[in-house]
Write a protein that binds this ligand. Structure first.
Ligand SMILES: [Zn+2]
Ligand SMILES: [Zn+2]
Ligand SMILES: [Zn+2]
Length: 371
């Protein structure tokens, strides 16, 4: 395809006339952020009226749902009650922190579920609701599996993770994500930020010979990042070329004074050798990106509603299923920290990098997913 046009906003070469997909997504988000209270109400009313269409993934309902949830945090108990009444259990994010009556309704349907796909959907919904009764119910189902359990791959405690938490054998809750979310935004050249992505390192990758990068460096002492509970610097280092070809996530360990140690890794095919596909101009774009931490926090699902936003905290937009990494040091599930959309750093690259960390061991996991 010949690239004879350019995006009028950002200048990216395009094979068609108009905005590039990232600028279009950004414009749509801007529009939603400027919706008046009346416009929000109108969208909410529309959802309640046509809630069945949401389960069938019909538009505009599905798009409106993600806009209301992701950009305006505007999924109300009224919508949740309408969904329950119409037996709509998709998307499960509908039920995030739903009120008790809705929770009890979900539990009732889950406990009477007879097939595994229904049970699976309902466990996700209950995970999103996420309170102590939800935990008790999932724990009970884990201890005393129903017949449908044998048709599912994982236990209820793994389903709980989709709501950003889980529990151990004793029913002890573990929170896996943060209830604060900040976006990365484009800053001016030289503008200060407690977060940087894609800083070039001195060392090279043992698999491909390309330069390693500190894909994420953040200073937890910045007021906005206090919610992370880090009294210093977190550094996540990986090879941008190989991180998607490893046998599992890439790991590194950080010290609060800015130090980092990269863990040995194995390539997916076991050979230990990779070609370097990241071209010099992509390295340049990656290491010269202008992303900085946004000034204000955003709704928790801000980064889950689109594919062009990098976020710290909140919920990720998992390309495949949600997947929390077990800490290679202590074995506990790690906490979800950030999502980095490769295409925002290097044009035309695919996939998402999910960054997690273990607050006890100071180990960082970097997991790549793509369609
Ligand atoms: Zn553009
Ligand atoms: Zn490499
Ligand atoms: Zn650990």
């Amino acid at each position: 395809m010949s690239l004879k046009y350019t995006c009028p906003v950002c200048g990216t070469p395009l094979g068609y006339k108009g905005l590039c997909w990232k600028c279009r997504s950004g414009q749509e988000r801007d529009t939603v952020l400027h919706w008046s209270p009346e416009q929000v109400k109108e969208k909410q009313d529309g959802l309640v009226r046509n809630i069945r269409r949401l389960a069938d993934m019909e538009d505009p309902e599905l798009t409106d749902f993600w806009k209301l949830l992701g950009y305006r945090d505007a999924i109300t108990p009224r919508i949740q009650r309408a969904a329950l009444a119409a037996e709509v259990y998709y998307p499960c994010e509908l039920y995030y922190h739903a009120p008790e009556d809705v929770r009890d309704g979900l539990i009732h349907v889950l406990l009477s579920a007879e097939n595994s796909s229904e049970a699976s959907e309902l466990m996700c919904c209950l995970a999103m609701q996420g309170d102590d009764r939800a935990l008790e119910t999932l724990l009970e189902l884990e201890k005393h599996p129903r017949p449908w359990r044998k048709n599912l791959y994982v236990d209820p405690s793994i389903y709980a993770q989709c709501g950003g938490w889980t529990f151990d054998k004793e029913g002890q809750r573990m929170q896996l994500n943060f209830d604060t979310c900040y976006p990365m935004v484009k800053g001016e050249p030289g503008e200060g930020s407690p977060i940087r992505m894609g800083q070039m390192r001195e060392d090279t990758c043992p698999h491909c010979g390309g330069r390693m990068v500190d894909i994420l460096v953040l200073d937890g002492r910045d007021e906005r990042l206090r919610f992370l509970g880090l009294d210093g610097i977190l550094t996540a280092a990986c090879c941008p070329n190989c991180v998607g070809f490893l046998d599992g996530p890439a790991f590194s360990r950080f010290t609060l004074d800015g130090g980092v140690e990269v863990f040995p890794s194995r390539t997916f095919d076991g050979t230990g050798k990779m070609d370097c596909y990241v071209r010099p101009e992509e390295y340049k774009a990656l290491t010269e990106n202008r992303f900085i931490l946004g000034k204000s926090s955003v709704p928790l699902f801000y980064g889950a509603a689109c594919e062009d936003v990098n976020t710290i905290g909140g919920f990720a937009n998992w390309v495949q299923d949600w997947e929390y990494t077990a800490c290679p040091h202590c074995g506990k599930p790690m906490k979800y920290l950030a999502q980095i959309q490769w295409d925002t750093l290097m044009d035309g690259t695919e996939g998402t990098l999910y960054v997690e960390f273990c607050p006890d061991c100071h180990v960082v996991s970097m997991q790549h997913q793509q369609t």
